[in-house]
Design a protein around this ligand. Structure first.
Ligand code: PMP
Length: 390
């Protein structure tokens, strides 16, 4: 039987960028130890008290169908959190609880775009973005950025594609670059969105991982609350990737209509997961800082290691659990470098090309192994680059 073009077209016909990762996984399955600096997942698992809450709420009977937009206490807590962090008045009616940020990204594009509408997104990008846009029926249009601008998008580059488009997807703090968009960048983006009547879909799942400066939610900029859909998640902030608990925050009309989408697709998030999510959020910012601390520490470690050489350059970045390294001095592409590092030293990193064209000649390093192993791997990576560069 023929499958739909929408399904078959999700990956856009090209590689999905996971080839190096998959090769590393095959090596591990065949018994070769590999240090994996690939995926964005904490080396520390979900904290035991959160799991205990999940367990006890499930045992107490919260295992039936749950409220589809999310439980009222969780929606209230997310609304209060967003309001406290951004200053934008936010009510439970502005919040839809979703199975992770990924589902919120999809929902946001369904809200913003009709089939065939142009949806803009920024390169380098989180690997699922173009597929998510296509799955929602939109036509993705990429906006490139420059390594020389530290991958901060230019409003003029967005404006070159924005006429007739319906939405713009941004992500700050950014995966894969770690870059936190400046106020000037966000103001430029907001101006284009207002002028060309675009929905802004702002993926802020790394908002608790900011190492320098501060994160600004563009929903807080003048004129933006009515046209911004913010994607949030407990995956990164609370080390709850497998629990699939996130949210979309936006205008009440968008959220109330998106409840129809949830009713006819996911049917919501399990009640005991929402209870655990609520408990996790009530543990406060100190707990969030504890979850972020290993990445803060490893970033400082990386800065020290990289200071001792001249071949690998660290992209100036302020947040998230990744480092973007410029390896162009080796003469290799990011992909060639990643394969050669994997073969020579059994260290797996993501080629910059996995995240679009703008990050060609770069690699993304996830800071997701213990400090000592991380430091050893980075030193080997630098030595490998230096050997290639001579
Ligand atoms: N956005 C970005 C930028 C991400 O890196 C990820 C996960 N790696 C997600 C969204 C989705 O996260 P989740 O669905 O686990 O909340």
């Amino acid at each position: 039987m023929q499958l739909s073009q929408r399904l078959m077209g999700i990956n856009g016909g090209g590689s999905d960028g996971w080839d190096v990762f998959l090769k590393a996984r095959r090596m591990i399955a065949a018994g070769t130890p590999v240090t994996e600096l690939t995926i964005g997942e904490h080396d520390i698992r979900t904290a035991a008290p959160i799991l205990q809450e999940m367990h006890s709420k499930a045992l107490a009977g919260n295992t039936g169908y749950a409220a589809i937009p999310g439980s009222e206490p969780l929606r209230e807590t997310v609304a209060a959190r967003v309001q406290a962090r951004t200053g934008v008045p936010t009510k439970p009616g502005n919040v839809l609880i979703t199975p992770g940020g990924q589902s919120a990204l999809f929902s946001a594009h369904i809200a913003a775009c009709d089939a065939g509408d142009t949806a803009l997104y920024i390169d380098p990008y989180y690997a699922t973005y173009p597929g998510t846009l296509r799955a929602a029926g939109a036509v993705p249009q990429v906006i490139t950025t420059r390594a020389s601008d530290a991958f901060q998008p230019r409003a003029s580059d967005i404006a070159a594609h924005s006429a007739g488009a319906r939405s713009l997807l941004i992500n700050s703090p950014n995966n894969p670059t770690g870059v936190v968009y400046s106020r000037a960048t966000l103001e430029g983006i907001a101006e284009v969105c207002c002028r060309d009547d675009l929905w802004l879909i702002s993926d802020e799942v790394y908002d608790t991982q900011v190492w320098e400066g501060s994160h600004i939610s563009p929903r807080s900029l003048p004129g933006m609350a009515g046209r911004t859909l913010v994607v949030g998640s407990l995956s990164k902030s609370h080390a709850m990737t497998g629990s699939r608990c996130g949210w979309l925050v936006g205008p009440e009309e968008a959220i109330s209509n998106l409840i129809n989408l949830a009713t006819n697709t996911t049917y919501g998030v399990p009640g005991f997961i929402q209870d655990a999510g609520l408990y996790a959020l009530t543990r406060g910012t100190e707990f969030e800082e504890e979850i972020a601390a290993p990445f803060r520490r490893r970033r400082a470690l990386a800065q020290q290691v990289l200071a001792g050489q001249n071949t690998v350059a660290l992209v100036p970045a302020q947040g998230a659990m990744y480092l973007m390294l410029d390896i162009r001095a080796t003469g290799l592409s990011g992909e060639e470098f990643a394969y050669s590092l994997l073969d020579a030293h059994h260290i797996a990193v993501m080629p910059g090309e996995s995240f679009g064209r703008s990050a060609a000649g770069h690699i993304r390093v996830a800071m997701t192994v213990a400090d000592d192993a991380f430091e050893v791997s980075l030193k080997k990576l630098c030595a490998h680059a230096e050997a290639l560069a001579v």
